[in-house]
Design a protein around this ligand. Sequence first.
Ligand code: SAM
Ligand code: SF4
Length: 357
Amino acid sequence: MSDFLKNKSLVEVEGWLREEDPGRLEELWVAADETRRRLVGDEVHLRGLIEISNYCIRACAYCGLRAGHGDVERYRLSREEILECARLAVQFEYGTVVLQSGEDYGIKRGWLTDIIKTIKAQYNLAVTLSLGERPDEDLQEWREAGADRYLLRFETSDRELYERIHPPAKGQEISDRPAMLRRLKALGYEAGSGVMVGIPGQSYRILAEDILLFQNLDLDMIGVGPFIAHPETPLGRGEMPFASEGMQVPNTELMTYKTVALTRLVCPEANIPSTTALATINTALGRELGLSRGANVIMPNLSPVKYRALYEIYPAKACIDEAAEDCQGCMKGRIRSIGRIPGSGPGGRKKAVLPQE
Ligand code: SAM
Ligand code: SF4
């Protein structure tokens, strides 16, 4: 384990988040890359993302799909459209499909169970779900149907900030996403989570706490990307308070790399994507730099092109009108361009036996 974070303490992690010296940061990138190579290898796993619905009952203060954003034309893919995307995943040799949506109760438990079973039987792909805060009965049935993984970002470890940015759905109590992640693990899912970098109100201390919570939850997958302001949301309109002077984390590319690198050092064996949000703020090299600073996963978009613009969680999303076929060629080229290898197979978490320190 790197000397960088010997104690993995809050003070150390926060100190690194505040580091500005280019020489020291270069050391951080090298340490994260070396840890990535040793623990999860040179393969970059490809997860085909299928955005199955943009309906959502939630009013998250950061997201363009929030309920109440009336300008959004809503859609839900049909069973046939989802299965066609899964077929493409096989054709492109992706080992996993990720079924993602808003929190949409128009996605019925049994309907999705049938789709999961069909994907497993016909295509033998790993199936990841990212459908928001569904009841335990849904999660259990989908797990029994063969779903392998579940992604649910806890967004922030700070309860007060969480309540501000992720208000409860009508008639419900404020949710506890870390508790849900523990339940997902108990059900046998590989559990993934993460946060946005630089949301208004996120202090350096809070982001350092987030990174330590990744470790505490023993997450299998961790996604971190920059917060990108959507003008039709409260956070995007600047209606929510920033952390006090000198405390607010900026939503920059550099801060995202620091967070990716520190996440790799704190959770060395996790699968960590180089996110689309990062590619959005640096279309030329964001994905490659993420991969060179700790990440080992890419999630190319498999959604039918005609729906892509409607899944607008933030504006100007990267690869919005790239056909799935072109996308896979581009991604594999980018992976090879930095001396890495497109992964094969499901690419689940490898549990390493770590040497005693
Ligand atoms: N509805 C599900 C949920 O919330 O878990 C899954 C889909 S949601 C769009 C996936 C993730 O997008 C969220 O967890 C959030 O971190 C991220 N996201 C939403 N709005 C964003 C924004 N404005 N900038 C960057 N990321 C954003
Ligand atoms: Fe809905 Fe997820 Fe967006 Fe929140 S982040 S509004 S739950 S799609």
